[in-house]
Design a protein. Structure first.
Ligand code: SF4
Ligand code: SF4
Length: 93
């Protein structure tokens, strides 16, 4: 189930990035963009879920430390019990 969701979203991202027929222009790539500190309870599940070591715990909250390494697999989002993690298109650096 997890792989199916990831595949669908990546395909959507690539389709939107190439499309000019509907005037939709999206620059950048899909990646983790924010962890809501008010929703985050500091359980650390997302840190364990991320195989790319994107998220770390700081002062009892999860924070994004290596956004450029995010592969948009959505494991952290699906495992977070508080729905604190959100995604968006981020510019390539
Ligand atoms: S899984 Fe959710 S609640 Fe737990 S540390 Fe990560 S962002 Fe916070
Ligand atoms: S989407 Fe995947 S790679 Fe990106 S931060 Fe979450 S678990 Fe890590």
């Amino acid at each position: 189930m997890r792989n199916l969701v990831c595949l669908q979203r990546v395909q959507w991202q690539e389709k939107c990035g190439e499309s000019d027929g509907n005037k939709m222009v999206i620059k950048g790539r899909l990646a983790i963009r924010e962890i809501d500190p008010y929703r985050c309870t500091g359980c650390g599940v997302c840190v364990q879920s991320c195989m790319n070591d994107v998220i770390r715990m700081k002062r009892g909250k999860a924070v994004i430390v290596y956004q450029e390494d995010c592969g948009a697999c959505f494991a952290c989002e699906m495992d977070c019990p508080r729905e604190a993690i959100s995604f968006g298109f981020v510019s390539e650096s």
